[in-house]
Write a protein of this length. Structure first.
Length: 243
C-alpha cells in the first residue's frame, strides 16, 4: 500500500508473475498498470481502468462471437446469442478472474483493499480492462489468444449446457425453416427390465426417417435421434448408431 492508501503491486517481480500467469508480456507496462487500477485506487477517474473496461467489453463480445461463429457452424443465431451471453457475463468473467488470482494484483483504495472477498463486479471489470490492455499493446491476435485461452473452456461448458440437451429444438427450427415440416419421433424398440429400460427412437421429417438412437429414457433417445438427424442433414455421420 502506498502513501495515498492504495494497494499497489510492489514491484516488477509481481507484475512479471501476472504476465506469466496470463501468458502475455506487455511492451507498455503502463497499460498493464492502468488495467489493474480500480477507481478507488486512482488519483482521478480517468486514471482508473474504467475506459479500458469499456473497450474490453466490446472486444470480448466481438471475439467470442467470432469463435462461436467458426466453432459451431450449424447453430442458429438464437443459440449462439444464448451461449455468448453466458460466456461474457459478469459471473463468468469474475470466475475466470478469481481463477487467475487477479485479486492479488489489483490497485485498490484502502477501503476496498482490506476486504477478504472482492465484489464479483470488480473482478469482472478487471478481466475486461486487461483484455483491452492486451489488445492495445499487442493487437487483435494477442487479445484473441488471451480470450481463447481463458474463455475457451467456458464456451465449451456454455455450449453443452445451453445446446447439448436441446437438439430437438434445433431440429424443429431447421425442419420448419427449410422443409416446412415438424419432426416426429418414432419409438422403434425397447429392451431391458421395467426398472431399467432402454428405448430406440428415430426422428422423421416429411416421411424421411433418420438414423435411430438408443437412450436410457425416451427423452434422451429423442434428443440423440434429433442430433443424428441434424448431423445427417448437414452431411455428417450420425454420432449415435443403433444396431
Amino acid at each position: 500500500m502506498d502513501a495515498s492508501g492504495s494497494s499497489v503491486p510492489a514491484d516488477d517481480v509481481l507484475l512479471e508473475k501476472l504476465q506469466q500467469r496470463i501468458g502475455y508480456k506487455f511492451k507498455d507496462r503502463n497499460l498493464l498498470l492502468s488495467a489493474l487500477t480500480h477507481a478507488s485506487g486512482a488519483e482521478h477517474r480517468l486514471a482508473s481502468n474504467e475506459r479500458l473496461e469499456f473497450l474490453g467489453d466490446a472486444i470480448l463480445g466481438a471475439v467470442v462471437c467470432e469463435i462461436l461463429f467458426r466453432r459451431y457452424p450449424h447453430y442458429l443465431e438464437g443459440e449462439l446469442t444464448r451461449i455468448k451471453s453466458v460466456v461474457v457475463s459478469r459471473e463468468t468473467c469474475a470466475r475466470v478472474s478469481r481463477a487467475l488470482g487477479m485479486q492479488d494484483f489489483l490497485i485498490l483504495g484502502k477501503g476496498i483493499a482490506g476486504q477478504a472477498d472482492l465484489p464479483s463486479s470488480l473482478l469482472s471489470d478487471v478481466f475486461e480492462s486487461l483484455t483491452a490492455a492486451i489488445y492495445l499493446d499487442g493487437g487483435h491476435r494477442a487479445a484473441r489468444r488471451f480470450i481463447s485461452a481463458f474463455l475457451g473452456p467456458e464456451i465449451t461448458l456454455a455450449a453443452e449446457g445451453e445446446i447439448g440437451s436441446n437438439y430437438k429444438s434445433l431440429l424443429q427450427q431447421l425442419a420448419q425453416r427449410e422443409m416446412g415440416a415438424v419432426p416426429k419421433y418414432v419409438l422403434l424398440d425397447e429392451k431391458g427390465p421395467d426398472h431399467s429400460k432402454c428405448f430406440k427412437v428415430a426422428a422423421c421429417i416429411g416421411g424421411e426417417q433418420y438414423q435411430a438412437a438408443w437412450g436410457r429414457n425416451k427423452k434422451e433417445a429423442e434428443q440423440r435421434a434429433a442430433r443424428n438427424a441434424l448431423c445427417q442433414l448437414h452431411g455428417e455421420p450420425p454420432p449415435f448408431v443403433a444396431e
